[in-house]
Structures are given as structure tokens and as C-alpha cells.
Design a protein. Sequence first.
Lengths: 516, 314, 349
Amino acid sequence: MDANNGQEAEAVLRLTGITKRFGPLVANDAISLSLKRGEVVALLGENGAGKTTLMNILFGHYTADEGDIEVFGKTLPPGDPHAALAAGIGMVHQHFTLADQMTVLENIVLGTQPLWSFNLGKGAAREKIRRLAADYGLEVDPDRMITELSVGERQRVEILKALYREARILILDEPTAVLTPMETEALFATLAKLVAAGLSVIFISHKLGEVQSVSDRVVVLRGGKLAGERKTADATRRELAELMVGGQLPVNEIGPSSPRECLFELKGISTRSLGGAALRQVSMQLRGGEITGLAGISGNGQAALAALISGTLEPVEGEIIVHGEKVERWSPGAALERGLGRIPEDRHATGMIGDMSVAENVISEAYRSSRFSRFGFLDWKAAATFANDIIKAYDVKCPSPDARVRLLSGGNMQKLILGRALDGDPDIILASQPTRGLDVGAVAYVHARLIEARDRGAAVLLISEDLDEIQTLSDRILVIHRGQLSRPSLRGELSVMELGELMAGHGHDEGASHAA
Amino acid sequence: MNEALEILFTASFWVAAIRIASPLIFATMGELICERAGVLNLGIEGIMVAGAFTGWFTVYMGGDLWTGVLVAALTGAMFGLLHGFLTVPLGLSQHVTGIGITLLASSLTYFTYRILLPEVSSPPKIEPFQPFAVPVLSDIPVLGPTLFNQTPLTYLAYFTVAAVAFVFYRTPVGVAVRAVGENPSAVEAQGISVTAVRIGAVMVGSALMAIGGAFLTMSAFNSFFFEMINGRGWIAIALVVFGSWRPGKALIGAILFAAFDAYQVRLQQITGGVIPYQIFLMMPFVLSIVALVVVARRATYPKALMIPYQKGER
Amino acid sequence: MRLEPRPASSVAASILWPAGAILATVVFSSLLVMIAGASPLTVFWLVLKGAAGSQFAALETLTRATPLIFTGLAVAVAFRAKLWNIGAEAQLYLGAVMTVVIGTGAVTLPSAGLIPLIMIAAMLTGALALLGPAVLKTKFGVDEVVTTLLLNFIVLLFVSMLLEGPLKDPTGLGWPQSKRVIADAQLPRLIKGKRLHFGFILAIISAIVVWVIMKKTTLGYEMRAVGHNAEAARFAGIPVNRVIVKTALLSGGLAALAGFSEVAGLKGNLTLDLSPGYGYTGIVVAMLAMLNPLGVIAAAIFVAGIFVGADAMSRSANVPSYIAEVMVATSLLTMVAAIMLMRYRVRWR
């Protein structure tokens, strides 16, 4: 993208020496950066590098301990989202901030008028939204409910919210995480139009590829500090990666697979919806010694499939066959009895009980076994021993088995979940978004454990919205769209764009031709 | 049997039903506003007690009837402020805090009553609101005499429903209140304070609950008794669920409920003691539970109801 | 203003905030006392004296604490599993009804057989009373707060009906009261000639048993897991609905013991004023105890002391005894706030 405004273009935004501490943790350490008119700056950094904290400070959700912010030459009062909005800053959060049971229009006009007025001014608002949508390629019907929109459409609403307020600076936090490759292209086209119209953009990402294709300048954060700043044109991918990670990217070796018999099978499974799409007549086989990757855009039935395999969602029709045996009553307990290891998508909501201790959490799947209880009385010593074993084996950083899980970092929590799920070497493993929100080291660790399980003959299902992760790890790839699966393809068989087509639902039926 | 049916066709029955519905309408609208903003307010029962007392006492001390209503509303708003402060920025359990507010509001009321009226054996009476036939409207056949020959406070109840519906769907502040109960971060991201909207909604809702209480002492009756709220607050909470958090449906629920209540009183008279009177008195409570069971499955409640919100959290 | 979890429990915070809660309660009630035209120091002294100033006072406080320990335990157990049982009042009355049904002569057994029989029957009745709301919650998603609250009214009317009908004492001069339970169904007094009865010992034993259940057993573990995070518990294979039902049975049973102990230990018969809101006060007791079963004993004695002391005080000073209810409600609100502030730190920016 070519901003082409030269060096002398005015700085529309200037952050100076921003420092933010959370207790002993320094989330942002004296970070300075500036943004010029018509420029796209990529804020690159891995999870936990402090990108989101910095943007939350800019947007007034947090107040910096030190440093100040200047927008169009004026100092921004700290801790006031309203002031940030008024100064022309618009933010598209990674997790959309939309009220689902309300219309697009209501979401957009929210907060744009004085609260105490007897008129919503719907007519004029509708006109303005239509015009903005047409100008920037953001088509969406203002009168539809948010619940009826796809993820891509919701993101358009988020951008429209900012444009409606005449934002001059747009901040996008990991905007492509939820998009198909085609939708990503469309987003980049929209950004080009915005920049041409004189807006400035901060693009937060941890993906090197898109940073290189969309930005003029890259600012890299690492461990809360400014690690470096480069003109995109002058920087190599390798250089950026090293700035981001602070050394070599850890790489997992994955050898060729040696597939064995089918350990887990779904036959014609349909479910009710869990927010996203429901499963419709889904059939799949998981074979030992293989990682099967499930790609798809968020909301296409991954949640239902994960819940189904975990046992928390019962099918309305179809069969579940484990180790060649049809299961009559399916539940989390039934899944555990049959030796499934399950890594849930949401560590905090589903994986762990934050207010209970490490020991209490690691025994939650096995507390009724004779290992941890007798005659209904728990053996807390055995629990503590087990917790210590996991802490040691998985290198979990935590003070003691009595520590509350809430206080652990995401990576350490995930290691506990791994330890619990992989205890007893299960031969069927469900890993749902297992690396979401983890830093590079933790990601590599989780991947290594999954590869290890596959190499010892386990059947692994990896559900992820990160296509890179799917392509790297999977021996076999399935794509889910609106609750239905594509035919499987083998490693390297389909290109990113071809997978993207499947994710968008194109050629879902011709999938057969690919699975030679 | 005929006699039991004939009740339904008497004007006095429907007049009574509307009268019984009025305090419930205030209370239900009050609770509905709180819950649409994401805050369950179990303080309702106590707030109604407090409103019933302060409104009535203001008039007893020589205040104007409408001043009494205003004082009741302010009383409710103050308890709403307390509930809002404890549950919104402090994020305390809405259940426990609500029960605490009910205990506090009712015990404070009884304490104050004993201090202000130490020597009375039976509570003094006031001159309550009188029915007032609205010109033209009260001449509508059938509906007129039942709906428009009521006290001014009942008219205020009608107006409240219309106002709540209008504000919710037609004004910026209503959109903000609904959004804050659906997804507070959507409101925060648009530069509006979640805390302010929620506390404001709880205060307004609590003021309406208190007016509902005051209706009993200033319109339905003319005096203040202990235990006179008698579970009406809890019934209002059931009515909010029954009405799927929509003002119009909640209004219909309140009127249906009141009609049933009025009916059981009359049925009690004609059955003449064959069935124990307690059975009749139980019916409103049983009916509320039945109503909850019927609608619970398909109720789409405000998504952020009972979930505390922290600034900057998504 | 925002709340941040404290990384480790701070000793200072866990002393200062509860102390602040008590102080706030004392200051607020002092204001009310002054409004009533009395001196707070005198009033508090009178309350203290009335609650613990003599053997009679202390025994009276323990007697009053007995039903509160039971209802406090009932609430603590339920709230631990996030089952919002606000219906301890109803369960208490049903326990009392069952005590009267069996204990007034329908069954004749020696004391050692009759009392356990009545206890079990009473517990079952209370358990059944909460089973309904628990099933409605798990099967239909009906909020148990509202159903248990509404059940309080239904049960009280039901009891009133029984007392004017089948359970009415024919010699009761027309009052709605039941016959007295027979001698073998009565709990012995702990000290001859005093009101404190064996129910107090039963309450203490119950608290210890509940503590063991919560701390040491798989059931207690399940209840805590479900209470803290039902979704995670379900994922881990804990049968959430079954745990909720078991919790309901235990909670309802404990509340019913309050009714049993009041009738069999203290009053001898059932009247409509058997409980001056012990079911609701149980919520305060449980919260003050931070849901800890052993803490419930102390909290119940504290709350009972306020009530007993305030009764005595209001006879000599000109301050309505409702000050006790106000103090108890205020301490509930200040204490839940204090507990939150012990765990979280307030940051103003």
C-alpha cells in the first residue's frame, strides 16, 4: 500500500513514553510511536507483547502510569474513551463490541447523539450509513439484527461505527483472525480506500505476511518494550520475525505420518446450534497416528463439533463410534470413560475453574476414580502429588498445587489442561483452538505435545481458525462451513486460496474431486 | 357455576382488576428497566415497602398527594443508588445484594415507623387519590368505565408503560440501556459509561417500584400496614420473565394476573367457605410459578443480565 | 474505578475490610439510634448486656442462634453450589409441620427411636420442598430465586390452612395452633429449667458434618466446582444437574431441621409465628460466615445476640427493636462488600 505522503506529512498521533504496570508486571515500558496522515502502521508482536494494552490506553479503557498521547497536536485526556472518540480515534476490537439483539443502525448511532433527546434520527442515520458503505465497500443492511450477520459483516459494522463518527485514525486489532482469505483481501481493499481518503490506520497483528502486504511501517513490540521500527519496504520477513520473538522462531519437526485404524467416527451427526451454526449430517473419521485439522471461519459449527466430541452436546441424530463401538448415551463422562483427551476452546470458561486450586482442577476429570477418592472421601494428598507431577512434567510456573488457577498466565493454564487431558496417554485427542492467545514459546510447546501424541499413535483432531496452524500440523484437513464438512484433503494438497474457497463455502460439494 | 362466570362480565370486577394491576405495573416496569440494563433487583420487595411508607407518611404530615408520590420515588431511587453502587462498580452478587436491600429497606421502614408513630395502635388514615373519570375516554363502551374511571396514579401507570416502550425503542438513552444489558462493551466502546447507564437505570427502576408501593397506601388503601406488600415485588419479578422483558407483554401479564387475583377474591365469596380461603390466596403465587415454567424455555433474556462488567474487559 | 484481583491474599486487607464493615454498620446504626433520641453508647451497652451480660442472656442468645445455625447452613450449602435457595423459611415450616404430624401422638416410640424418625421425616419434607425448584431450574431453566421466594408465601398459607384444619388443636380456644408434641418427641433441655435445648447440640453437629462434606468428600468437591464454574464442571464430567439436586436435598433438609428443633426443642407446638424470618436471616448468617459451615456457628450466635440484645434494650431504652433487623441487614451489605474488597483491589485509574 502506498501512502505517498512523504516525510513531511504531519503526525496525526503521537504516543510518548507510555508505561503501564499491572502490579509487578510491566505491560508497556516507555513506548513511543507516531502515526502520519494517510499512513498504515502495523503494530507487530506476539500475544502478551503489550499491543492490546497500548491500544486500550490510547482508547481510554486504561490509564497509563506514565507518558502522554497527542492527537492532531492536542493532548488527549487519559482514561476517557469519549475523549478518544471525539478526537477522531476509531477502534475495531478483536472481539466485536456489538449488542446482538439490536439492529446495525442502533449499534452504530449508539453514543453519537446526546443521550437526552426524543429522537433517534433513524432516517438521516440510515442515509449516512448507506453512503459510507457504498464509498468504502462495506455493504450491510442497517436494519438487520446483529445476530443475523456473518462474522465478516459484523466487522464491517465495527468499521462503519468508526467512520460514522468521522474517525480520522482507525485502529484494527487482529482484524483478519476471523476472516477468510477472500474477506481479508476485501478488508485490505477497504483500508486502501480509507487511506486514500486521508485516514490513518494502526493495524495490530502477529502475522508477518499480512503486516508486509498492508503496512507502510512496522513497529514491533516484545515483552512490553519497543523492539524495533522498520519501513515495511526495507524489512525482510526474517528480520521482523526475529524482532518479534527476540531470536529464532522455535520450529517443531513434524515427520511423515503413519496412519493406523480409525479410532473415532461420527456418522450422520446433526446437533442443535450453540450460537454458531449447528452440525448437519456430519460424518468423519479420526485415524490413529494422524492429526486431522479442521479449518473454518469462526461460527460455522466448530463450537458445536467441539462440544459434541467433548460430550457436552448430545446429537439429535447420528451415531458416535469410539474404538469401533457405537456409544448409546454420550456425555462428558462417557467420553472420559472411553479415553478421550479433550482440550477445550475457552480455558477460562470451560477448561479450568479459576477460583479453585491447581490440585482441585487437575483431578476434575478423575476425582471419582480409586486413585483420588475412597468411599466418597477425597484423597487430597494424591491430588497434590498428581498436581506436582504435572507441574514438573509440563514445566508449569506456579507457586504450589494450592495456588488458585485464576492467578496463572494463559500459557501455564493451558499446560495444566494439557497435563490433565493427556494423563494416561489417551488415544483420541480433541484440541480445540489449543494455542489461541498463547505466546510463541507456549504455542511451540503445545504443538510439540500434540505431535508427540500423534507419533505414539493417537488420533488427534485439531480445530483452529488459524489456517497456518492447520496447514503446519495437519496430516489431513477438513473444512467446515455452515455446519457441514468438506471431503478431507491431505497435507499440502490444497493451496491457501483453495482452502479459503472451501471456508467461504464455494465448491463445498465438489470437494470430492480433491480427495483423490 | 353460572355465577362464577357472570363475575367476568361485571364492570366492577374489571375495575378491581385494573386497580390490582396498577401497583404491579409500576413494579414490573421498574424491575424490567433494571433487568434490561443487566441488573437483577431483588431489592424490589423492600423498596416497595419503603415507597409505600414514605409516600403515605408525606401525605399524613400534610403534604400534597403528588408530593407523596415524588417522595416515594426519591426513596426508591436512593435504594436503587445503593443497589447500583454495590452491584455495578463493586460487582457484588446481585442476588445477595438484592436480598440485603430488601431486608434493609423494610427494616429501616419499620424502624422509622416506630420512631415517627410511637404510640399509635392502629395506623392513621389519609385522604387517598380519588377515582377520576377521564372526559370522553370514560364514555367508551365497556372499556371506558373500567380503564378510564380510575385514580390518577393508575393513569400514571399506563403512561409509564408507554413511556418505557417509547424510551427503549425510540430514544438514544433507551438504546444505551438496552445495549448495556446486551453487551456492555458495545456501550463502553462508543464512549458511554456503562456504570452510569446501569446505575441510572437501576435508580429509575427503583423509583417506579417505590411508586408501586405508594399506590397501595395512597390509592388502593389509605393507610400503611406492615406486610402490606405481601410478595407483590416477587410477583413483579415473575411478570418480567413472563413478559419476556418487553413492556407491552409485561403490561398484559400484569393485567391478566390482576384479573385472576380479582377473580379469586370473588370466587371465594360465592363458594362460601367450602374451600379454605388459603387456597385462593395461594393461587396468585402458584400462578406466577406456572407462568415462569411456561415461558422459561423460550425466554430470551438480556444477555448481560447478572454479569458484572469491568471497564476495558471484553 | 476498576477492580483488580489481588495476586496473593493480603493479611492487612483481610483484617481491615471486615473491620471496616463492622465499623460502618456500627456508625450507621448509631446514627439511627441518635435519630431515635438515645445515646449510641448506652444503647450498644444495653444490647451487649442483653445478649451476653448474664447467664440468662447468654443462654437466650444460644437458644435463638439454634435455628439460625440450621438455616445458615442450609443457605451456605446451597449458595456454595450457586443454588439460590431463598426458601429456607418455607422448608423450616414444612419441617415443623412434619414434626407435629408425627410427634403429636400419631407414632408412639421411645424417645431414642421417635426423635431420629421425626428428624429424618422432617428433613425429607424440607428436601422435597426444594426439590421442586431445583428440578424446575435444571429441567426448564426457571430461576430458583423467584420460585423459592414464591414458595415461602405458598407454604405459609398452606401451614395456616393446616392449623385451621387438620392440625388444629381442639383445645386451643380457636387459635390457629397445633397440638403439643408428646413428651417422647421433645428434645431434652441442656440445663434444667433453662430454655437452651438439645437442638443446639444438633446444630453444632450438623455444622461439623457439613464442614466435613464440603472439605473432604467428592460431593462437597462437586458442589464447589458447580458453584464456581458450572460449565467447566460439566466439561470435566461432573453431573451438574444431579449435583444441584443433591445440594437442594441437603439444603432443604438442613432448613427443615430448624423447624424441627424449634418445635421439638423449644415451642412444643406449631404456630404461624414459629419463625420471625429465620429463613431470610439465614442468608445473612451464611454470608457473614463467608459460606464456611463452621463460621456459620459464630455468625449465627452473633446475629442472635443482636436480636436478643436489641429486644432487651428496647424494653429499657426508647429505641424500637427493629434496630436489630437494620443492623443485621446493614452488616450483610457491608460484609459482602468487604469480602469483595479483600479479594480485589480498587484502582481508580
